[in-house]
Design a protein around this ligand. Structure first.
Ligand code: NCD
Ligand code: ZN
Length: 351
């Protein structure tokens, strides 16, 4: 029987997704509408092939995104540039002047999907980081070491304890977002750091642990990087997300891959969540009795960190059990969402 004391609807300020993969061409057209329906803005990751490395490339990509949104959309894509060993310090000044680029994304070379052009050694980008600190440009960090001999479940904690500490020590005023954190170590580091250090948290890392990947067989749609961790880490992330600390905010890392690229002998990393992003977060916050903390996490803290006003308008979720589709069209292929095989307890209304 339904508990009548529980709120049946939840209205939030129109939220922002501060970590999103939109891809390009037919894939972009297939997914962007899901995000534009729920979010006012999204920070768009630059890991295309080839990566988005210049202001000019980001401007062209942004135009393609707006075109894919259609004429009436109010969705505002916030662009990022992909940091490489060869990024010129001059590019930082151009980013600082640009009205639509909000951050550089640092991928250690080889850490994840399309990261071959990433940074091979931190010292290669020290001049660029110095320029970013000087110009107040934000650095978004994929926080994993890439040494293939390092256990995949340890890669984030080792990065936090090494490279991340070094960046924060050497560039104490640099604004950093540690992306998609997955461990207690990362959450503790961000909590203890200064106000210039924040983190995004994905829905999958709030809802699932590493055992979920192997429940009843291998579940490729739960495979993303950084990989899901132990239950103790999931609990630590939930605590951080619902702590009321403005350092933790929403970034889905929704990362679409075709069904046959995920369900393969060497499956791609990335979970697709844009079709029900807010519902997934609501599920996680509700299960930890902190649904009242979702509004700040989803629509206030990220915008404040990025120096943006809150979006106009609201979105409303209602308590309703529903099952999202098992797949969606993805160009000539299909995409299978994270939610395959599960129902959700909240649903966004289109009121
Ligand atoms: C992302 C992708 O597919 O682009 N994959 C993922 O597992 N998260 C890349 C990334 O953000 O690491
Ligand atoms: Zn990502």
């Amino acid at each position: 029987m339904q508990d009548t004391t529980l709120p049946k609807t939840l209205t939030l300020g129109r939220p922002d997704d501060f970590h999103l993969h939109l891809r390009d061409n037919a894939a972009l057209s297939a997914v962007v509408g899901f995000t534009a329906r729920q979010f006012g803005r999204a920070l768009v990751m630059p890991n295309l092939k080839p990566p988005v490395t210049t202001v000019a490339m980001a401007a062209a990509y942004r135009e393609r995104i707006l075109l894919a949104c259609g004429a009436n959309a109010t969705f505002d894509p916030l662009m990022t540039l992909y940091l490489t060993d060869n990024t010129a310090a001059d590019e930082v000044a151009r980013v600082a002047e640009s009205e639509f680029i909000y951050a550089f994304k640092y991928y250690p070379a080889g850490a994840t999907t399309n990261s071959d052009s990433g940074v091979s050694a931190l010292k290669n980008v020290y001049a660029v980081l110095e320029a970013m600190q000087r110009h107040g440009v934000i650095l978004c960090v994929h926080g994993e070491v890439t040494d293939p001999s390092t256990d995949v479940f340890d890669r984030e904690a080792i990065f936090v304890d090494g490279a991340l500490q070094h960046i924060v020590r050497d560039f104490p005023a640099l604004k950093i977002v540690v992306e998609h954190i997955t461990t207690k170590e990362a959450a503790d580091f961000v909590t203890a750091a200064g106000p210039n250090i924040a983190a995004t948290i994905t829905p999958q890392h709030l809802l699932y642990n590493r055992t979920s990947i192997f429940t009843g067989g291998i579940r490729p749609h739960l495979y993303c990087l950084p990989i899901l961790k132990r239950e103790t880490h999931r609990q630590a992330l939930l605590k951080a997300a619902s702590s009321g600390s403005s350092k933790f905010f929403l970034g889905t890392d929704s990362a679409p891959h075709a069904k046959n690229a995920k369900e393969a002998c060497c499956g791609a990393a990335g979970c697709f969540t844009s079709h029900a992003a807010l519902e997934l977060y609501a599920e996680a916050f509700d299960a930890s009795n902190s649904i009242d903390k979702l509004d700040d996490f989803a629509s206030r803290f990220g915008a404040a960190f990025y120096g943006l006003p809150r979006n106009a308008g609201t979105v409303t979720l209602q308590r309703e059990t529903w099952t999202p589709p098992d797949d969606f069209a993805f160009g000539s292929e299909k995409i299978v969402p994270l939610t395959v095989g599960r129902s959700l307890g909240w649903r966004m209304t289109d009121l």
